[in-house]
Design a protein around this ligand. Structure first.
Ligand code: ATP
Ligand code: MG
Ligand code: FE
Length: 347
């Protein structure tokens, strides 16, 4: 099926086009620069930027794909979770577009899309797939017997998300926003063993699949403050590398343990933090040791984009999932257990 996907859950206006599991176009307009001076995404600015970017980004994606809107088999859209006002722009656009063209509408879950996108890179996901979802707002281990209908959370963060931790540490180090890419860059020049930062929730009595990054954040902040108070230079690259090592060590350890416990031999890593070069390398190394096949999409498909929405939408069409009704709501706290949002009224 030929499917167009629209993503507006945060600050990226993404429109992608796929044919089945083949990526045809991935157009992204980001308002990230407009948020940088506030140190975080400002919802009102994001919504307005989506409104302005929506139509040009749809046109760009269709042109890039070289297809006509008339030939689409469906329009998929992120129904949640995310920023309410931002989601509303995408959902409204998708409804208007699908209705005008006479095409079926599919409301899909942003988190499930972060997993489904890997089908564009590595083909059909094994069933079940173990997924480590690490992004700006979420960090979870998910067992996915069917990405369109059955996603089961095994554990998740009890405080900060992994991406949020990267953003906070970048702020402490005064490296700007978003923090992930810049920490990743600095860490390459640093020593990951320079400072022994704590690994949260890794004790024998701790929940095996839950994460905690707020203690790590506090430890890094204290360490940096102590240096500054003593008038010493802060070795930014070493702090970045040691912090990044603590995060990626815990993420990979727990993901592999979940695979072993559940008897799953495929691990997928998705979400913005999956773009992290150390996470990718360490997961590669540890999965190889454990006999687990690792699947991580290319970095551009890890951060928010429309192709991931189209990928999940195409799978919905292929599996005959029901079409969403025209009253499809934008749900800012849509749980990951609902990959597909049918709406309430008959289509
Ligand atoms: P969610 O998907 O939970 O709704 P989101 O959509 O804001 O959150 P994504 O776009 O999936 O999040 O990911 C953004 C996050 O990924 C940010 O916190 C950013 O710092 C982080 N990130 C991006 N690139 C990297 C990287 N190379 N290393 C570490 N973190 C990264
Ligand atoms: Mg973003
Ligand atoms: Fe995301």
């Amino acid at each position: 099926p030929l499917v167009l996907g629209i993503e507006t859950s945060c600050d990226e206006t993404g429109v992608g086009v796929v044919r089945g599991r083949t990526l045809l176009a991935d157009a992204v307009a980001s308002s990230v620069d407009e948020h940088a001076r506030f140190g975080g995404v400002v919802p009102e600015i994001a919504s307005r930027a989506h409104l302005e970017a929506m139509v040009p980004t749809i046109e760009r994606a269709l042109a890039e794909a070289g297809v006509s809107a008339r030939d689409l088999d469906g329009v998929a859209v992120t129904a949640g979770p995310g920023l309410a006002g931002a989601l509303l722009v995408g959902v409204s656009a998708a409804k208007a577009y699908a209705y005008a063209l006479g095409k079926p509408l599919y409301g899909v879950n942003h988190l499930a899309s972060h997993i489904a996108v890997d089908q564009l890179e590595h083909g059909a996901l094994p069933e079940p797939t173990m997924a480590l979802l690490v992004s700006g707002g979420h960090s979870s281990l998910l067992l996915a017997p069917d990405i369109t209908a059955d996603v089961r959370p095994l554990g998740s963060t009890i405080d900060d998300a992994a991406g949020e931790a990267f953003d906070k540490i970048a702020r402490i180090l005064q490296l700007g926003f978003p923090g992930g890419p810049v920490i990743d860059r600095y860490a390459r020049e640093g020593d990951p063993a320079a400072i022994a930062f704590p690994r949260g929730l890794t004790g024998p009595r701790d929940a095996p699949y839950d994460f905690s990054f707020s203690g790590l954040k506090t430890a890094v902040a204290r360490w940096v403050e102590a240096r500054r108070a003593a008038g010493e230079n802060v070795p930014v690259a070493d702090v970045a590398a040691s912090f990044q090592e603590a995060v990626t060590d815990v993420l990979t350890r727990k993901a592999i343990r979940a695979c072993r416990d559940e008897g799953v031999d495929h691990l997928m890593i998705g979400g913005g933090v999956a773009a992290n070069t150390r996470l990718r390398a360490l997961a590669e190394e540890r999965c190889a040791d454990a006999g687990i096949t690792l699947r991580v999409p290319r970095p551009k498909l890890c951060t928010d984009n429309g192709a991931m929405v189209a990928a999940l939408g195409a799978e919905m069409v292929a599996r005959g999932r029901s079409v969403s009704s025209w009253d499809l709501p934008a749900d800012s706290s849509l749980p990951v257990t609902e990959p597909h949002v049918p709406g309430t009224a008959a289509p």
